[in-house]
Design a protein around this ligand. Structure first.
Ligand code: NBG
Length: 961
């Protein structure tokens, strides 16, 4: 049961001055039972993977403590297992017949008859007489067995057992002395101890899925922004208190140890983090789901700020090894590139043979993803590229041995680095190689799994669904066609009918430049067979459109998967996705409507029924319950239940208490304490001292013009100018920025420099003091977000309306009681609906006004305040006037595509409302409580349930506990 603390004893300190010198002592609270008090249960049945864990779980559920077991597996595939059990509570054996029947029934449901054809296992409790080996129960009372140990059940989770796991890993995994290990080693050993427990759950879940063979969903994503795993796993497995205590007694703080973990940053931003939240929800909801992706050796670059400029440092996150993954050398598939295609007549049928020019192997690395309050742990399978085994003798024989080795090594570069551009698309061959690499390996893996149980391909769509996370994995479409036709020998029609029933596509942006498109010549060279399939597919698709009555040439050419301009052909992945997918979705209501009118308009014309909305969500576990433990306790105490951690709709009643002064006081105290933690982070990362008395105003996300960090910094300058002009009545504020700029994104980098330069001036101006501080927090990532978000009072989501598909940090901030200043864009629209517009500081042009305002911007006259801000920048008040010139020019002279000047006045006015509200503690706290209470909709559990129901048609598959 959750929350049940296992009994424990501990490792004693021999000498307090040497906290690392430890000696085990026997468990205190396990009374040594006389064997006569035990019941002997014998199980005879067919051996199968997971049987033992299922049996031990069943014992646990029945309240029976297995004190000893003897396990035997025979060559004929049968097991003869004997368990000696006692009641957990009073230690007595099974007393009544009905108790025994219960146990018998439960265990029998898990056992199949042994292969020899004998009847199913018979189970009887004491005091049945000991029987022969036919599988009946033997009375243990007459057995004189003094010493016994528990073997082959789940690893125990009492504090002592945990300590032993940790110390064992120090010695046997890390090969360090158990008497001396540092924080880093403590982390690694702890992680391994958790991993052992995860693997049990993960193995059993996979076995269960295999046995049940449900319809499964596979999430295909180039990015996963997992962040740290340790605390999340401990909370999800309900092991946090015992691990905390175990470590404490060993002399280590859980938080300190957890801090040593490197973020797994295999993603750029929102899209990758969404994939990670989805995995958490899929596991928690018991869905038979797996994630597939790439095991990059270098994740998202680490950002440092030197003299106000962004520097990119490589993130070689695997330096100290990664305890969370399981390398599976035996799970590997060939992935091929280049070469040519030959067509042969085979039995009157044309068969295509791709003679590839290069082959690499995709090797699986499995990452267990535990669900919360469920025994299920699902899998994130990431692929790494390795050279093919076996030597290319020809190359080696030509004499250039070293060159031949280097050539082989090239394979590994495929998965070496994550592309750090989140939106701008560059047609780099390596990226297409990556996309093909992971989708091909994933499809081969799924097909292998399918074929283990099935031979009828018609069943494939009933067993396998694939979600395409943006256009990145869309090359999976022709790859599945190829695998079915060239690999499995299916015809075109049948293959296409399968393909169109298994894929669905999520669009994450309306920016046309982010929709991937490839130079056909490049694809032809890299994947010649796929390009053939795409040509064929496109021709058939356009013919089908004509048959369906679409004859408009313009429409047909816009639908075409391949376009041609000035003799150059381009392959449009979004078109391919739309034509093959049974469902297409946007990620917030406004976004799903917009794509129908803009980037996917033509597909909406021809396939209106394919379009859906699935508003994004975030996992309230990582993003509220775990990163904000004090607020978790307060919420639970206030509404009298922690059910909201599993079902966020249960948080709604919190709203009824928003005016309660006692709750408000506690609410404020928690925010205060989280602000202090954030202030400490600011000091550590920037050397800037900020006062927790000021309003903490935060703008963290990727730096992008459409996200309008420029609007914020111009607002900061206006505030500074007002203070300088003598307006000292302003609300003291700390304004923090954070986020990475794509390395080649010049404007974004200039914005970072401008923030730093403004901070330099403002923070050192004695006229300003604590009235205003401006901070650029370097290296924003998942784990810093876990500190920043709980400590924030106001967060900014101020993209030009219609440009942010959804946003997900808006949800995280609101959950943590941060108020939002924002435009009616992305999911902020729905957040405002849920928590009430008057509890959100909304401003700016609406999405449907934006196109007109953009068209009219040549005639727009900015306000005098806006002009004063630009003058300050241009005149060099913050230095670097030349470097900042493009930042001024981009919002003047009729350019200002993102309407910074247009929205400026309205933004300042909203900020003035913020100041006024903040001055009234009660109003502010009330709004803050209502923000948290209003977030029920924004759990990724809700989002994933909708995908499961409306798109994938998959249902939960929970393994028995
Ligand atoms: C991003 C959007 C966000 C959205 C996330 C997750 C890309 C291409 N898109 O608004 O910009 O929240 O996807 O859907 O990264």
């Amino acid at each position: 049961m959750r929350g049940d603390r296992a009994r424990h004893s501990c490792l004693h300190r021999l000498d307090d001055s040497r906290p690392d010198l430890l000696l085990p002592s026997p468990p205190a609270s396990t009374p040594p039972l006389h064997p006569a008090d035990l019941t002997r249960i014998q199980v005879v049945g067919e051996a199968r993977p997971g049987l033992l864990t299922a049996l031990t779980a069943a014992f646990r559920q029945l309240g029976l403590d297995v004190r000893r077991s003897e396990l035997r597996k025979d060559a004929d595939g049968s097991v003869h297992d004997v368990f000696y059990v006692a009641r957990e509570d009073d230690g007595k054996a099974l007393q009544t017949q009905s108790e025994k029947d219960d146990v018998r029934k439960q265990l029998l449901s898990l056992v199949r008859p042994p292969p020899g054809g004998r009847s199913a296992a018979t189970l009887r409790g004491r005091p049945a007489p000991r029987a022969d080996s036919t599988g009946t129960i033997v009375d243990a009372t007459r057995q004189q067995e003094a010493l016994f140990s528990l073997m082959d059940s789940y690893i125990k989770n009492d504090v002592l057992s945990i300590q032993q796991s940790i110390v064992n890993h120090v010695e046997y995994t890390l090969a360090r002395s158990r008497l001396r290990f540092d924080d880093q080693e403590a982390y690694l050993a702890t992680a391994h101890a958790v991993r052992d427990r995860l693997i049990e759950a993960w193995n059993d879940t996979n076995t269960w899925f295999k046995e049940e063979d449900p319809k499964r969903v596979y999430y295909l994503s180039m990015e996963y922004l997992q962040g740290r795993a340790l605390l999340n796993a401990l909370y999800n497995l309900d092991l946090e208190p015992n691990f905390r205590e175990a470590l404490l007694e060993l002399g280590y703080g859980l938080e300190t140890v957890a801090e040593r973990e490197q973020d797994a940053a295999l993603g750029n931003g929102g899209l990758g983090r969404l994939a990670s939240c989805f995995l958490d929800s899929m596991a928690t909801l018991d869905l038979p789901a797996w994630g597939y992706g790439i095991r990059y050796q270098y994740g998202m670059f680490r950002q440092s700020i030197v003299d106000g400029f962004q520097l990119e440092n490589p993130d070689y996150w695997l330096t100290f090894g990664n305890p969370w993954e399981i390398q599976r050398d035996t799970v590997s598939y060939p992935v091929r590139y280049y070469g040519d295609v030959e067509v042969k007549d085979e039995g009157g049928r044309q068969m295509w043979h791709w003679r590839a020019g290069e082959e690499v192997r995709a090797v699986a690395y499995d990452n267990p993803i535990p669900g919360f309050a469920t025994p299920n742990t699902i899998n994130l399978r990431l692929w790494a590229a390795k050279p093919v085994s076996g030597l290319d003798l020809e190359a080696f024989n030509t004499g250039d041995y070293v060159q031949a080795i280097l050539q082989r090594q090239r394979a590994e570069t495929i998965t070496s680095v994550l592309y750090p551009d989140d939106r701008t698309y560059e047609g780099k061959e390596l990226r297409l190689r990556q996309q093909y690499f992971f989708t091909s390996a994933s499809l081969q893996d799924v097909i292998r799994r399918f074929k283990e149980r099935h031979s009828d391909w018609n069943e494939f769509p009933e067993k396998c669904q694939f979600q395409l996370n943006d256009t990145h994995p869309v090359i999976a479409v022709p790859e599945l066609m190829r695998l079915l036709m060239d690999g499995e020998g299916l015809g075109w029609t049948k293959s296409w009918s399968i393909v169109t029933r298994v894929f669905s596509y999520t669009n994450h942006t309306v920016m046309p430049e982010a929709l991937e498109a490839w130079d056909v010549r490049m694809v032809e060279k890299l994947l010649p067979r796929h390009m053939q399939i795409i040509y064929d597919l496109n021709w058939r698709f356009l013919e089908s459109m004509k048959r369906a009555g679409h004859h408009d040439e313009g429409l047909l050419s816009r639908l075409s998967i391949i376009s041609e301009r000035y003799g150059q052909k381009t392959l449009h992945m979004a078109n391919l996705a739309c034509c093959a997918s049974h469902t297409i979705n946007g990620v917030a209501a406004i976004h799903s409507e917009l794509i129908k009118k803009t980037v996917l308009k033509d597909f909406h014309t021809v396939y209106p029924e394919k379009f859906q909305n699935k508003t994004n969500g975030v996992t309230q576990r990582r993003w509220l319950a775990f990163c904000n433990p004090m607020l978790r306790e307060l919420i639970t105490e206030t509404i009298g239940s922690d059910a909201w951690i599993r079902d966020l709709t249960a948080i709604r009643p919190l709203a009824d208490r928003a005016d309660d002064p006692k709750l408000q006081a506690k609410w404020r105290a928690i925010k205060r304490s989280n602000k202090e933690r954030l202030a400490a982070l600011v000091l550590e990362r920037t050397g800037i001292v900020v006062s927790p008395d000021a309003l903490f105003d935060v703008h963290v996300k990727r730096i992008h013009e459409y996200k309008r960090q420029l609007l914020n910094v111009y607002g900061v300058i206006d505030r500074y100018l007002r203070i300088k002009a003598g307006d000292k009545a302003v609300q003291p504020r700390v304004i923090m920025f954070g986020g990475k700029a794509a390395p080649g994104y010049d404007m974004a980098k200039r914005i970072i420099k401008l923030v730093s330069a403004v901070g330099q001036v403002v923070n050192n101006d004695p006229d300003v003091g604590d009235l205003l501080k401006v901070v650029f927090l370097p290296d924003y990532n998942v784990s810093s977000a876990e500190v920043i978000i709980p400590g924030t009072e106001l967060s900014q989501h101020i993209s030009t309306a219609g440009t942010e598909a959804s946003g997900t940090s808006n949800m995280k901030f609101a959950m943590n009681g941060s108020l939002i200043i924002g435009t009616l864009d992305g999911a902020t629209v729905e957040i405002a609906e849920e928590i009430g517009e008057k509890n959100v500081f909304l401003f700016g042009a609406l999405a449907d006004q934006v196109p007109r305002l953009q068209a009219e911007r040549a005639g727009f006259h900015p306000s005098s305040r806006f002009r004063a801000v630009l003058d300050a920048v241009s005149s060099g008040r913050f230095g670097w006037a030349d470097y900042f010139r493009p930042l001024v020019e981009t919002v003047t002279g009729g350019r200002d595509h993102y309407l910074v000047a247009n929205d400026f006045e309205s933004y300042l006015e909203a900020q003035a409302r913020v100041d006024a509200a903040y001055a009234d503690e009660e109003t502010w706290t009330r709004m803050s409580i209502l923000s948290t209470a209003g977030c029920a909709k924004f759990s990724s559990d809700r989002t994933i349930s909708e995908y499961a129901e409306d798109i994938w048609g998959v249902t939960p598959c929970r393994r028995p506990e």
